[in-house]
Design a protein around this ligand. Structure first.
Ligand code: PBG
Ligand code: ZN
Length: 327
């Protein structure tokens, strides 16, 4: 098919040609910044395993979110560290809960910035699981659905632009879609963590959000890393239930899943480049073993090249500011 003397290098010899033929170009529009909200004032608790990230009280959260907005990032995803935990995750759907308060403050101060809220129970339950737990210590899928729906509704009432369930309970997208529609929030889209794997890459996040399970692990609800066909099933189910955006998580070790879903499914696709992916690059950079900025850009470009339309990443601010400076 190709001309016999075709030399791919002809179009690599200068930056002008390289720019002309470049297939994947990362922009700030592709990035979503995760933020951790905590109660109090003037709080900025560092997270040792995630250098550059903090648990932020609302005043400081607004400052960071403003910087992100000014760097061209279209949205943030909010996680809350509550004042109290209990077996029923009561603080997850309280009107004066931390995510609810942070959401309305962000919308008031930076109306143009999309606020996406993570909908889950693990930060709010005393046992640290993403769903309710039965007396036998198993996860109670169906009784969790009602609480998850209430959490999503409370976020929408606080002004969330989009809700993102990350719990992996079966049937939660239907419950959330219904409760939103019944309460005049039919305009609020759902970004579903559809193919979320049971991954050791979540370690640093669990320190940041204080959300480690107190017993067992998440294998009974998150996906087995060996499975790819099941990811397509999970995604298809969530679309049938009403998801507007589907997500694959983690990103880097699951680029094949991103690529496959992009090929088979015609819906906006998000990839979550998780805490461990961030921390590994930061750690190797600190050791002087890699050029952290270059590895960051290469990694984000790879995730986009694999087929992600948007990337949730702890590098969002750094990458957006780097892209801006490069212009
Ligand atoms: C909670 C949740 C997790 C992440 C996002 N939402 C952790 C988990 O499932 O244990 C992971 C984020 C990250 O590691 O960056 N449902
Ligand atoms: Zn969870």
């Amino acid at each position: 098919m190709l001309f016999p003397d075709y030399r791919p290098r002809r179009l690599r010899q200068n930056e002008a040609f390289r720019r002309m033929v470049r297939e994947t170009v990362l922009t700030a529009n592709d990035l979503i910044l995760p933020l951790f909200a905590i109660g109090g004032k003037e709080i900025k608790n560092s997270i040792p395993s995630m250098p550059g990230h903090y648990q932020l009280s609302i005043d400081n959260l607004i400052k960071t979110a403003k910087r992100a907005y000014e760097a061209g990032i279209p949205g943030v995803i909010l996680f809350g560290i509550p004042d109290k935990k209990d077996p029923l995750a009561t603080r997850a759907h309280a009107p004066d809960g931390i995510v609810q308060k942070a959401t309305s403050a962000l919308k008031k101060n930076i109306p143009g910035l999309a606020v996406i809220t993570d909908v889950c129970l693990c930060q709010y339950t005393d046992h640290g699981h993403c769903g309710l737990v039965t007396d036998h210590g198993t996860i109670d899928n169906d009784s969790s659905l009602d609480i998850l729906a209430r959490v999503a509704l409370s976020h929408a009432k606080a002004g969330a632009d989009m809700v993102a369930p990350s719990d992996m309970m079966d049937g939660r997208v239907t419950e959330i879609r219904n409760i939103l529609d019944e309460n005049d929030f039919s305009h609020v889209p759902i970004m579903s963590y559809a193919a979320k794997y049971c991954s050791a890459y979540y370690g640093p996040f669990r320190d940041a959000a204080d959300s480690s399970p107190k017993f067992g692990d998440r294998r009974t609800y998150q996906m087995d890393p060996g499975n790819a066909l099941e990811a397509i099933r999970e995604v298809t189910m969530d679309i049938e239930e009403g998801a507007d955006i589907i997500m694959v998580k983690p990103a880097l070790a699951y680029l094949d899943i991103i690529c496959r879903i992009r090929g088979e499914i015609d819906l906006p696709l998000a990839a979550y480049s998780v805490s461990g992916e961030y921390s590994m690059i930061k750690a190797a950079e600190k050791m002087g073993w890699i050029d952290g900025k270059k590895v960051m850009m290469e990694t984000l470009t790879a995730i986009k090249r694999a087929g992600a339309d948007m990337i949730l990443t702890y590098f969002a601010l750094e990458a957006a500011e780097e892209l801006r400076a490069a212009k």
